[in-house]
Design a protein around this ligand. Structure first.
Ligand code: PLP
Length: 366
């Protein structure tokens, strides 16, 4: 049965959500933020370095880091502002390409174009993760017997870099994404990646492709790290080798409609995840499991699927590629993180503070 969220606030699931959520704490002033679905939210806090982000920085300072202030090994940003007296530099080929794509028919879209470079890092049992290396963007050569193709042992992340008004590139919440990646790795038996090493490598990659970062409102550089199991053996067991890859894509809005209300299809037949499964890991199977409902949603003119819980099919869990929260007067409530929901970087989840909305706590588990 089709149910649309925009006319369905009285339906059982959402009513149930309200009655089973704890109240939220009082609103705090001074910061604003907007979740945006796949891979990141808009920047809202002071900038900091990757090193402080990886350390004990509090949540007001750890969310954004400069790309250009990397360990001395990042190429300088071609897009850094020139000294006041010199004429503006000619746009680089990458900057010209991004401008052309932005102004072309269809604009940048989401995830259609890719930058000049990618990051690779390999793991071998016994040796651990090797050194990350930045190489020209291109196809991967994988053995058809690689375990990823057969048993789905793979995880990914989605994060963003923004071009700020001062012309510099900044990564948004990189530490949170690296940590979530490692949580997904743990669930899928993939060996953890060193946080500091990965943060430094991400900054080098984004610095190398900084001219690909669009600067029009609503645009960003989407960064997609992922790991695939590469051991060539048909047998269900954790792989003994992996390839870690990061690719980058200049993007516009995730939804063709832009940041406007989108029609949501409430899925009552299929479920995305159940507690105890892999719903709280960012792994390909969760998204493959959602395709059937996504098709049904599209047939009915809806942009996304609202998932209900896998047991009672009544309680709101999340929307296809984003977390869901609801505001009732002064209260903001979220579904509980019971193992079936991907804990988004959105600061309302996981007991963090929610800029502009107050402090949100998930309701108690079912
Ligand atoms: C299933 C799912 N839930 C939630 C999120 C929200 O995560 P984030 O806050 O990192 O965008 C995403 C996006 O990656 C997602 O795919």
């Amino acid at each position: 049965m089709e149910r649309r969220a925009q006319d369905g606030m009285s339906m059982n699931g959402i009513r149930g959500l309200q009655s089973r959520m704890p109240p939220v704490r009082k609103r705090r002033k001074g910061r604003t933020s907007a979740g945006n679905g796949e891979g990141g939210s808009r920047a809202f806090a002071a900038d900091t370095t990757v090193e402080s982000a990886a350390g004990e920085a509090d949540d007001a300072t750890r969310n954004i880091c400069n790309v250009s202030a990397a360990n001395g090994d990042s190429p300088p940003l071609a897009s850094s502002p020139p000294p006041a007296s010199s004429p503006p530099p000619a746009p680089t080929p990458a900057a010209r390409k991004v401008r052309e794509l932005l102004e072309g028919q269809g604009g940048l879209g989401f995830g259609r174009y890719f930058t000049d470079h990618m990051l690779l890092m390999d793991y071998e049992e016994g040796a651990g993760w090797g050194e990350p290396r930045i190489v020209p963007y291109g196809p991967l050569l994988l053995d058809p017997a690689a375990k990823v193709f057969h048993y789905g042992q793979t995880v990914f992340e989605g994060m963003k870099a923004f071009k700020w008004k001062d012309g510099r590139a900044r990564l948004f919440r990189p530490l949170d994404h690296v940590r979530r990646l490692n949580r997904s790795c743990a669930r899928l038996c993939v060996p953890a990646v060193d946080e500091g090493c990965l943060l430094r490598a991400l900054r080098r990659l984004v610095a190398a492709d900084a001219d690909w970062i669009p600067d029009a409102p609503g645009t960003s550089l989407y960064i997609r790290p992922f790991v695939v199991a590469t051991e060539t053996q048909l047998g269900v067991a954790p792989s003994r080798s992996y390839r870690f890859v990061v690719i980058c894509s200049p993007v516009g809005a995730y939804y063709a409609e832009g940041v406007r209300p989108v029609a949501i299809y409430v899925e009552t037949e299929h479920v995305r995840a159940v507690a105890g499964g892999v719903g709280d890991a960012k792994t390909a199977g969760n998204y493959a499991a959602g395709l059937k409902a996504q098709e049904a949603a599209a047939r009915r003119g809806c942009a996304q699927v609202l998932w209900l819980d896998g047991v009672e099919r009544e309680y709101v869990e999340e929307v296809g590629s984003m977390n869901a929260f609801f505001r009732f007067g002064d209260e903001v409530v979220t579904p509980p993180l019971g193992g079936s929901i991907l804990a988004g970087g959105y600061p309302g989840f996981g007991n963090q503070s929610a800029p502009g909305l107050g402090s949100i706590r998930p309701r108690a588990p079912h």
